[in-house]
Design a protein around this ligand. Structure first.
Ligand code: DHB
Length: 322
């Protein structure tokens, strides 16, 4: 039997393909649809302390190659996502947005109190890479800020130590493009007890335009937004591969969650071959709906069967140089 189960820290997942934070994970109905799908766990939209309506519309566009978005963090606020956990039966991971460090730490405190009260929250993905907040940059591009944020975040997490039901903790990173950035980021993240990093968020501030109407497709930020989908797969693979090699060099236990342009089983296979422990689906989930999880999982299993691989450890990270 081909097995595509995986572990991220202490969290056991029966499959390795789940939803990226962003599309179709903002309302309770959407989270319930995910709960009823074949995703092994559920990740929420990145949340802030209070609810937000987000940026002006149109703010999302996709074509056959990928997507551009400048949503501006529309979400229902952390209390809503804590309450939603009562209706979810699968492992539930909250994505923490937060517009500044103070807000992130307050959101984390809310989550940790809820976990102490036995709410069903199994993980936290802290988003350090949103490209769409008007007037703000992507935090994890600044190495000093990254270290300062992680220091403060882990002080809060240690303060609230939960012994049972310990959530897995990870960060969502932006794409890096210069090779020295991978070792600089690893020097920092290896100082902290992170369970995972998610690579990559959308490529920030791209531009897709409509030549017929001579306009942008989206309104906020002069039409610029985060690029996702097939446009970004080579960058996603490179980020996973470079982080995998750098973390291995350091004997780190931090797992890598791959994200960016996964449309089918071959794409998922390639991310795992580069070193991913699991993969997330964003643009394709937005386009196809919850059926994509079962389809891509089945396609991955067919590829593994053809290659006589019985589980992900048979090929994870084993990319060879020609
Ligand atoms: C949004 C976009 C992102 O890429 C992200 O990481 C978080 C939020 C948004 O615009 O809502």
């Amino acid at each position: 039997m081909t097995n595509i189960s995986t572990n991220i820290g202490n969290l056991k997942l029966n499959k390795c393909i789940y939803n990226a934070s962003g599309p179709l994970c903002t309302s309770l109905n959407e989270l319930i649809d995910l709960n009823n799908s074949s995703t092994p766990c559920i990740l929420t939209k990145s949340c802030t302390l209070e609810n937000r309506v987000g940026n002006p519309i149109p703010r999302y566009y996709d074509n056959h190659i990928g997507s551009i978005n400048s949503m501006g963090l529309p979400n229902q606020g952390i209390k809503y996502y804590i309450t939603c956990s009562k209706d979810i039966t699968k492992p539930y991971i909250i994505s923490v947005g937060g517009l500044n460090l103070n807000e992130i730490t307050t959101i984390l405190s809310n989550i940790l109190v809820a976990i102490k009260l036995d709410e069903n929250i199994n993980g936290i993905e802290i988003n350090l890479s949103c490209p769409n907040i008007i007037g703000k940059g992507q935090l994890a591009y600044d190495m000093k800020d990254l270290e300062y944020y992680l220091t403060t975040i882990f002080n809060i997490l240690n303060y609230h130590t939960v012994s049972k039901n310990k959530p897995i903790i990870g960060i969502k990173l932006p794409p890096y493009f210069d090779i020295h950035q991978f070792s600089n980021v690893c020097d920092i993240i290896c100082k902290f007890p992170l369970d995972f990093i998610t690579c990559i968020n959308s490529i920030g501030n791209g531009l897709i335009i409509d030549p017929i109407n001579e306009t942008t497709f989206i309104k906020p930020k002069n039409g610029m937004g985060g690029i996702g989908g097939r446009y970004i797969k080579p960058t996603g693979l490179s980020n996973v591969r470079n982080f995998y090699l750098e973390l291995k060099k350091r004997n780190s236990q931090i797992k890598i969650i791959g994200c960016g342009g996964i449309e089918n089983g071959i794409d998922a296979f390639e991310y795992i071959l580069c070193g991913a422990t699991a993969v997330q689906i964003g643009t394709t989930f937005h386009k196809e709906g919850v059926g994509c999880f079962e389809r891509i999982s089945n396609e991955l299993i067919v590829i593994m069967n053809d290659k006589k691989y019985t589980n992900l450890n048979d090929f994870r990270g084993n990319l060879q140089i020609i």
